[in-house]
Design a protein around this ligand. Structure first.
Ligand code: ATP
Ligand code: MG
Length: 633
């Protein structure tokens, strides 16, 4: 089958297409209506059907391939960075998930109750997620790196009955206590959970609050042999709530269903990721992000693959650790982020060559624009296809990519690809709402009905969902991604940045991404952020902050000046003088979210002398100090 045929089928006959795709999963009760779209923009998939994510991810495989490896937990957060590893077969995983489900039931958790999971990347985190799915509880995983304030706002929004957490995470071999942050968050929040289930990793001492806190190991011991059957759920029951990264402000509680999500994952695991039962999948993300939900926990398991949960950095014990894992577990498909690849690119070149990575068939990258230099470098080093894929927490699975499982279409450097089946994408002129032609810039929008797996709504706030995502054009009701893009003559899309990152220089609309892409082609630039800054004369000018590749901290004033001149020349040549930044500042660190996304809005605010806004998701506040320093005359 050809991509074009399948894609067209998915758009012209979404119900027929998805009814077919739905056969990839087990249904306890078949659905009677493929799609209910009587209340647009709310799309309700597989009405009347009953299924369960945990059944499809675990039980189904435990029954047919019980001794296959399901979960591999690897931590390099050990004393000297030597990996600590443990694996579970599907049968073992099933038993463990049943124990965890029994523990939750004993703590009063049942169908429809919310369980907040605030955990490091340890196996128990995925047991907890799968246990919730098993009994129909709704999980809300909050990234373990978040501090009390961010956690408290999420506790108040999700109102969990139970919180599952642990004494500590670990970073660079040093424990990062969680329990004090969690206690503080519960103190700050108006809502109080009934219980907190705590895994004691023995990293830091914990004080248990009597009556509220429960020790995981003791409760688990009571349920070693407890069996907990799957609770069959309606297709549109809620599986989870996940808050967006908060790059552009207040995080939104993305709510997802059960049946549609299971089908979308089963489908994308084959069409995009070419996942085969018995093979090993390695996503380096965190369960706190959507990639962790879709392609660490649920997706690979639904496809019958072994999935790797990795706790640690890409650099410990040294920068070859990921390739060591690929060799040892014969990883066939790997998923990471451009940020991580840029980190590896700065390491000694021999680190890329220490292990045999011939099992690897493709590396998928997402989360941020993938610049051509980074993409070409990693493709050359690994000798495999690099598959960019564009999506959002909201979408749940890739919107743009190359469906290698359908047809081996070529990738195009700088482009995340073409629309995936089910996504009716187009570009609209931001001001007029008119349809853009080829090579014309516009806002990336998706026409309803949105495919299965997409968010159902913003948790508890249908109105905010419609207002935020569906009300940006007067001409028609479409889902806005808030990303700015362009499509070439062959239908390949390019993402030019977020709509609020677009710069207007003397009437010319420029995406920050275009300028960043151009600057990052300079051989001595390792990372770059471009923002638009108010200017009396031109309206806005671009200002660039670059991390030079060599001599990161010690560039002389002269060398910096030289670099600036060269950057001007590159931008002039590639995009024209109108895109030339007014200034190029050198820094050693850029402000990013915990998930590695540039906080351009905060940089812009500082450049304009404004307050940088909500910074709860920032990775290292020291980066803002550098921006301020760099701006000093
Ligand atoms: P918030 O919505 O709270 O501001 P966020 O948008 O950073 O947070 P995510 O849902 O994790 O949270 O990120 C999705 C966004 O990341 C996309 O809208 C897009 O801007 C960017 N993105 C993701 N993948 C790609 C890609 N392959 N190429 C370019 N940009 C990408
Ligand atoms: Mg977003």
């Amino acid at each position: 089958m050809k991509y074009e045929d399948i894609y067209k089928h998915s758009i012209n006959d979404p119900e027929g297409f998805w009814a077919q795709e739905a056969k990839r999963i087990d249904w306890h009760q078949p659905f009677t209506q493929t799609l209910d779209y009587s209340k647009p923009p709310f799309a309700n998939w597989f009405v009347g059907g009953k299924t369960n994510l945990c059944h499809n991810a675990v039980d189904r495989w435990a029954a047919s391939h019980g001794d296959n490896t399901a979960l591999i937990a690897i931590s390099t957060e050990t004393a000297d960075g030597t990996p600590a590893e443990k694996t579970w077969t599907f049968k073992e995983l099933q038993a463990e998930v049943e124990r965890t489900a029994a523990m939750m039931s004993e703590l009063g958790v049942g169908k429809g109750d919310i369980v907040l999971i605030y955990m490091p990347m340890i196996a128990e985190a995925s047991f907890a997620m799968l246990a919730c799915a098993r009994i129909g509880a709704i999980h809300s995983v909050v990234f373990g790196g978040f501090a009390s304030n961010s956690l408290a706002t999420r506790i108040d929004d999700a109102r969990p009955k139970l919180i599952v957490s642990s004494d500590a995470g670990s970073r660079g071999g040093k424990p990062v206590p969680y329990k004090p942050l969690l206690d503080e968050a519960i103190h700050l929040a108006d809502h109080k959970p009934e219980h907190v289930l705590l895994i004691d990793r023995g990293l830091v001492p914990m004080n248990l609050v009597a009556g509220r806190d429960v020790d995981y190991a003791s409760l688990r011991a009571k349920h070693i042999n407890t069996k907990v059957p799957v609770t069959w759920l309606a297709s549109d029951d809620i599986s989870y709530i996940l808050y967006t990264s908060g790059t552009t402000g207040k995080p939104k509680g993305v709510q997802r269903d059960v049946g549609g999500y299971a089908v979308a994952l089963a489908s994308s695991m084959e069409t995009i990721f070419c996942g085969k039962p018995g093979e090993t999948y390695f996503a380096t993300s965190d369960i706190g992000w959507v990639v962790g939900h879709s392609y660490i926990v649920y997706g690979p398991l639904i496809a019958g693959m072994a999935t790797i949960m990795y706790e640690g950095t890409p650099l410990r014990p040294d920068a070859s650790i990921w390739w060591q894992i690929v060799e040892k577990y014969k990883v066939t498909r790997m998923f990471s982020a451009p940020t991580a690849v840029r980190v590896l690119k700065k390491q000694p070149p021999e680190m890329m060559k220490k292990y045999d990575v011939s099992s690897l068939k493709a590396l998928y990258l997402a989360g941020e624009p993938l610049d051509e230099t980074t993409s070409a470098w990693i493709a050359e080093e690994l000798g495999v296809s690099i598959i960019d894929n564009y999506w959002q927490t909201e979408t749940g699975w890739p919107v743009l990519s190359i469906a290698k499982g359908i047809e081996d279409k070529p990738t195009r450097l700088g482009s995340p690809g073409i629309p995936m089946p089910g996504y009716k994408i187009k570009l609209l002129n931001e001001a007029t709402g008119e349809l853009c032609g080829s090579n014309e810039k516009g806002v990336v929008v998706i026409e309803g009905p949105l495919p299965p797996g997409f968010m159902q709504t913003i948790f508890g706030d249908d109105e905010r969902y419609i207002k935020t995502y569906w009300s940006n054009f007067k001409t028609e009701q479409v889902y806005s991604t808030f990303d700015w893009g362009i499509r070439d003559d062959d239908g390949y899309y390019f993402i030019l940045g977020r709509t609020d990152d677009v710069i207007n220089v003397a009437g010319h609309r420029l995406g920050t991404r275009e300028i960043e892409e151009s600057i990052s082609s300079h051989p001595n630039v390792s990372e770059v952020a471009v923002v638009g800054v108010e200017d009396k004369l031109k309206g806005q000018v671009a200002v660039a902050f670059v991390i030079p590749k060599l001599a990161e901290t010690t560039l002389s004033a002269e060398a910096r000046h030289q670099l600036e001149k060269e950057v001007f020349a590159i931008v002039d040549k590639q995009l024209g003088p109108v895109a030339r930044p007014a200034r190029v500042h050198c820094v050693t660190l850029l402000p990013k979210t915990r998930s590695g996304k540039l906080l351009r809005r905060s940089i812009q605010a500082i450049c304009e002398g404004r307050d940088p806004g909500d910074l709860t998701t920032i990775e290292d506040p020291g980066s803002l100090v550098q921006i301020r320093e760099a701006l000093k005359p």
